[in-house]
Design a protein around this ligand. Sequence first.
Ligand SMILES: *Cc1c(COP(=O)(O)O)cnc(C)c1O
Length: 396
Amino acid sequence: MTSLPMKSKFILPDGMTYLDGNSLGPLPAHASDRLTDMVNNQWGAHLIKGWNLDDWMGQPARVGDRIAKLLGAMPGTVMMGDTLSIKVYQALSAALQMRPSRKVILSDSGNFPSDLYMAEGLIAHLNAGHELRVVAPEGVAEAMTPEVAAVMLTQVDYRTGRMHDMMQITQTAHEAGAVMIWDLAHSAGAVPVDLTATGCEFAVGCTYKYLNGGPGAPAFIYTRADLIDEIQPALSGWLGHDAPFAFEPSYRPGPGVERLRVGTPPVLQMAVLEAALDIWDDVDMHALRQKSMALCDLFIDEVMARCPMLTLVSPRDATQRGSQVSFGFEHGYAAMQAVIAQDVIGDFRAPNIMRFGITPLYIDEADILHAASVIEDVITNRLWDDPKFQKTSRVT
Ligand SMILES: *Cc1c(COP(=O)(O)O)cnc(C)c1O
């Protein structure tokens, strides 16, 4: 195991303090060579033969097994492809099929909007009387009534970093007869996860956040081993077919988790992800978690001491928090632009949240102290109060 941080494994621009790895991880140092090699020596040299010769066809399951290892899942339970929103749809549609007499999808108001939007779209499309019920995160357990077919939650709240107890909630969902779906977008590579132990039916997540797979890196879907052969995929694409190259007129689901494939995988993008996963081979998730909690605590202590105008919206107790820290501030958007102008990169989430991802792979105590002093400068000297920081960009 390599000790943390391992900054040399990443390309980090000089002078930049990057606290946004919860949204888009940095470029792994060996990724561009890997990609160039693949482009020239596989695609360029082999063209169509690459599907067999370089096993592009096996890549989604091969990478899925590496993700499975990181999440405490068994080999053959994780498939890669598409975007997280698509994987949410696949998991939800399968879950509803498993509980045909129940009509409620239960989620919470801390969930990421795309997950809720996908549920809305699926419900409208099914047109079978389903309902999306969204409750406060603290009220999830009580809301697990007998009409709930599926409980769909994101473990770590993207705005506040508040973390659900996966073991306990999954158990409660199962006692209520519901199917449990976890979104691990802000958990994978951030906190230790033991999917097998939770017993949840499904989990989904993306790979461009803490896992550093690059913008547009494919998402993953996990299905509990005993259920895989029963799932009837809603997105019945040819590469999830039992015999894609038999070109049969009708769909038959493929073996095991292969059925959760849809169409042609993003081979080049996944080569970058494979390079990013090399780094994770040397990471002890529990050591990473200890470091993450210590860095987050330090950041909170420093910022709260220097900037009384900010309110901590993340849990103060590290065990209740993922790997990010968020502060509420009335002028949060402009303040974050002013912080970014000093090369400390965080982001803003509506309505008023300044969000900072704390990633111990490449962030250390000195980075935390530097970021805190920049935030102090921006807040106490009202640097945010400049028209140039008020202009809203398309991506915040
Ligand atoms: C980041 C994130 C998404 C994004 O979905 P994409 O389809 O990858 O754009 C969805 N859900 C959650 C919970 C997220 O954190």
